[in-house]
Design a protein around this ligand. Structure first.
Ligand SMILES: CC(=O)SCCNC(=O)CCNC(=O)[C@H](O)C(C)(C)COP(=O)(O)OP(=O)(O)OC[C@H]1O[C@@H](n2cnc3c(N)ncnc32)[C@H](O)[C@@H]1OP(=O)(O)O
Ligand SMILES: O=CC(=O)O
Ligand SMILES: [Mg+2]
Length: 329
């Protein structure tokens, strides 16, 4: 089979930023696995969630933080680099404000390998970003956190963070550009903490979060980042979960958090690009290439104005499709 991404990349080879996206990591579902539970950790190698998150934060009781940290180190040493069924084995640390982050990082620095993604909850201000970076640098040493393939994923979970989100995201991106710190790939909307922060009552329909989710996804997309949607806490309500996924997908979210393995197939299926969308992306990349060769930047395609940002959207679709098909997920 010809590679869809190779094909699109050839179409778009004149753009460095397009080829950078070759390292695209699909994150349709992010499944939390509380690292305090050895039973749950044992299931990690066979988990078919795009992203599996070793959880040290709110899924772990305060009294179990120490055991969770040491289990996480063991799991990273055993599993990182081995054949996993997921695309990414990430790790969510505790927030800076909790006062637990320093101890998390000290223990994690004993791991021989870093997680494929460090995941940092409750990033509330650009100043938090600077402090978090300093903690990483002093604990791991500059060498281990500079120009590393490890990605960064952050959580926006308060009213203040939502309003300041562009500055927070810019700070993280600038740290990567200027200091070589981990590259920010995705931002997660921490809906449950957000509701607690604004005093909203959580409902299955989620009307209380409409503004927040729309602002959130807009800011993510303004910075070309993946946008990961809310947790769906009603474990037994499969229909409600599917509706919530379809809504999030149609709003521009690229994935959703999962708390139980039973949620993963529903989420992954809902966020899979449809056959029509793949056909659209492939044809658009083809048309783009043809127009570039003819010296035209913007052109009309199926009644829409197309230029580089649309090509990037098409690339996301093709890269997601290729990774999912290649990874058997
Ligand atoms: C708002 C936020 O911050 S969300 C993130 C923080 N929260 C979390 O991390 C919670 C993650 N989820 C969980 O801990 C669990 O799914 C719970 C506690 C909600 C439910 O767990 P259980 O009562 O064990 O569920 P259930 O009995 O249906 O589990 C079925 C099997 O799946 C396993 N399982 C359930 N959830 C998970 C999980 N997240 N990861 C791995 N395995 C899991 C169970 O261990 C059980 O295994 P077994 O068949 O070998 O006994
Ligand atoms: O961390 C996730 C949340 O919903 O809060
Ligand atoms: Mg939270």
């Amino acid at each position: 089979m010809t590679s869809l991404v190779g094909y699109a990349r050839r179409c778009a080879s004149q753009f460095a930023s397009v080829s950078e996206k070759a390292k695209y990591v699909p994150r349709r579902s992010l499944l939390y696995v509380p690292a305090s539970s050895e039973k749950m950790l044992n299931k990690v190698p066979l988990m078919k969630s795009d992203c599996v998150v070793l959880e040290l934060e709110d899924g772990v009781a305060l009294t179990s933080k120490a055991v969770a940290r040491s289990n996480a180190v063991k799991t990273l040493n055993q599993l990182q680099g081995s054949m996993l069924s997921c695309f990414e084995l990430g790790l969510r640390v505790n927030s800076f404000a909790s006062g637990l982050l320093e101890d998390d990082l000290k223990e994690l620095s004993k791991a021989e390998v870093l997680p494929a993604a460090f995941m940092i909850p409750k990033v509330d201000t650009p100043e938090d970003v600077a402090t978090i970076y300093d903690l990483f640098r002093t604990t791991f040493g500059a060498n281990r956190i500079t120009d590393s393939p490890t990605r960064l994923v952050i959580w926006i979970e308060s009213a203040r963070a939502l309003l300041d989100m562009p500055r927070i995201v810019s700070s993280v991106i600038n740290l990567h550009r200027n200091s070589g710190f981990f590259k920010l790939d995705a931002v997660v909307f921490g809906s449950d903490d957000f509701c607690a922060d604004i005093g909203a009552i959580r409902t299955a329909e989620g009307l209380e979060n409409i503004y927040a989710r729309q602002r959130f996804v807009t800011v993510c997309k303004a910075f070309q980042l993946q946008a990961i949607d809310s947790v769906y806490i009603d474990l037994k309500d499969e229909e409600g979960l599917r509706e919530s996924c379809l809504q999030g997908h149609s709003w521009g979210f690229t994935g959703k958090q999962a708390i139980h393995p039973s949620q993963v197939p529903i989420i992954q299926d809902s966020y899979k690009p449809s056959a029509e969308r793949v056909e659209w992306a492939k044809s658009l990349a083809d048309a783009f290439s043809m127009h570039q060769q003819g010296g035209t930047g913007a052109f009309s395609f199926r009644g829409q104005m197309i230029d580089r940002p649309l090509l990037l959207q098409a690339m996301n679709v093709l890269q997601m499709q290729e990774r999912i098909m290649g990874g058997g997920l």
